[in-house]
Design a protein around this ligand. Structure first.
Ligand code: ATP
Length: 451
């Protein structure tokens, strides 16, 4: 399986309404993409699958939905103002700008010149003015990760839920990075979503929990249809670690453009809570943190047995939604020359449309009324979007639904009116079977239970 190249995916995404360049009418903007009618469903299904496995199927994780606009003070103590940068070089010949660590042989990819400036740090955070006066005195950052608002909500959450470690806080939402060279479709963009879990543990138990979460996350990706042989685990070298990390495992995936990071699982130690807590001197903080006299809140936990207060360590699995969508599309993309079709063999829980209901003849009121009834019945089962295709061109409908990964097409024909049965066509096998109208809900629910 998997697509031959990125162009196949880009073209399918545009043609079938998964993903469009953003601001398209005015020529688009680099590193920004919009999710269309089909893409929004796939993205939502992926996020729901993550939320279900992280929050609902466990009993040690709470959710959060915090603001994107973030106080500079939070991002000062988190270390992002000082260290969240990539090395930028200018080509002196053609004036283009590049990320120094992504160049081959220190050569400008645009004009091949070796006459480049020395690398200098370029901070990736976007700033915006807050309030009606834009004189630079009052600004916020668009968050570069969702994690910081989890840390600064730590006390609100433990006070309102009575949680003690080990427990986690999960959040899905937008993050922004002013990437020097956005590229490879939705792989590296300037606005994207992250699915982040901050899992708080007692110091000393962090290394075991770290292994546990790497393992959980690998299993989850494989349940989304990402084949294990395309996933590689890479331990990040000491000198490459982010400023907050003691150890990080990157879950790498063989994207169409190469092996790159899909998700990072970091041991952030007590760096973040230790950075944001008040009275830092009261605790044994292992990470190197900036002295903080501004915090109003104690971000520590009392050990039940020893009664000693401590700052929990945190393990962070952080996955990009767009990179997840790209990996899943790549895995599902199948070109079947023998059947002259492209088919997206998505896991059924991720399919944007769960079933298409197709009246064989367009605008025939008997067929269309029945199709509507079936749509309403299946829609009410709450498994996702069911849609009617009233174009009267069954071949075209099948082709479209193969390409967007709809698991089943339900056709209402004239026989239906006589014997109360419909034809259900399976996406993967293309086999058709007659199912009684009275049994459609059962058939549909069983399919999603078993696939
Ligand atoms: P990279 O090294 O590829 O720039 P990173 O190590 O900076 O990624 P993290 O800070 O670990 O990324 O962010 C966690 C996850 O967020 C990444 O694994 C990735 O899935 C996603 N992500 C980060 N930056 C981007 C981006 N510019 N576009 C899309 N997804 C991103």
């Amino acid at each position: 399986m998997t697509a031959k190249n990125m162009e196949d995916l880009v073209s399918l995404c545009k043609r079938r309404g998964f993903i469009f360049p953003s601001n398209d009418v005015y020529g688009g903007m680099k590193g920004l993409y919009d999710f269309g009618p089909i893409g929004v469903e796939l993205k939502m299904n992926l996020k729901n699958s993550w939320w279900k496995s992280i929050v609902y199927e466990r009993d040690d994780i709470e959710g959060l939905d915090s603001t994107i606009l973030t106080s500079p003070t939070v991002l000062k103590y988190s270390g992002h103002e000082d260290t969240f940068s990539d090395p930028l070089v200018d080509c002196k010949k053609c004036k283009s700008r590049w990320r120094a660590d992504q160049l081959e042989n220190s050569q400008c990819p645009a004009c091949n010149s070796n006459d480049l400036t020395e690398p200098r740090p370029f901070n990736l955070m976007f700033k915006t003015a807050i309030g009606p006066v834009d004189d630079g005195s009052s600004f916020a950052y668009l968050r570069p990760e969702t994690a910081q608002q989890i840390f600064v909500n730590f006390k609100n959450i433990i006070d309102s839920t009575s949680r003690t470690p080990p427990f986690g806080i999960a959040q899905i939402g937008k993050s922004f990075r002013n990437e020097i060279t956005p590229r490879n479709f939705i792989f590296r963009v300037r606005e994207f979503e992250q699915m982040e879990l901050e899992f708080f543990v007692k110091p000393g138990s962090d290394e075991d929990w770290h292994k546990y979460w790497v393992d959980q996350r690998l299993k989850w990706w494989s349940k989304q249809g990402v084949s294990s042989d395309k996933l590689k685990l890479l331990e990040v070298e000491q000198e490459e670690l982010s400023h907050y990390s003691k150890a990080t495992f990157d879950i790498m995936y063989e994207f169409p453009h190469g092996l790159e990071e899909l998700e990072g699982v970091a041991n952030r130690t007590d760096f973040d809570l230790g950075s944001h807590t008040k009275n830092q001197e009261d605790y044994e903080i292992n990470a190197k943190v900036t002295p903080n006299k501004n915090s109003t809140t104690k971000l520590a936990i009392q050990d039940i047995e020893s009664k000693k207060w401590y700052i929990p360590y945190v393990i962070e699995p952080s996955a990009g939604v767009e990179r997840g969508v790209l990996a899943i599309l790549n895995e599902a993309y199948t070109q079947e020359d023998e059947n002259n079709r492209t088919v997206l063999k998505l896991k059924s829980h991720l399919s944007p449309i769960k079933a298409a209901v197709i009246p064989l003849k367009r605008n025939n009121s008997d067929l269309v009324n029945l199709a509507n009834k079936i749509k309403v019945e299946l829609q009410s089962l709450g498994l996702g979007r069911v849609m009617i295709e009233n174009s009267g061109n069954i071949g075209k409908n099948y082709r479209r639904h193969d390409e967007i990964g709809t698991p089943m097409c339900i056709t209402i024909d004239f026989e239906t009116l006589e014997n109360q049965s419909v034809t259900i066509r399976d996406r993967d096998t293309m086999k058709q079977e007659r199912v009684d109208l009275s049994n459609i809900s059962n058939f549909y629910s069983n399919y999603f239970k078993n696939n």
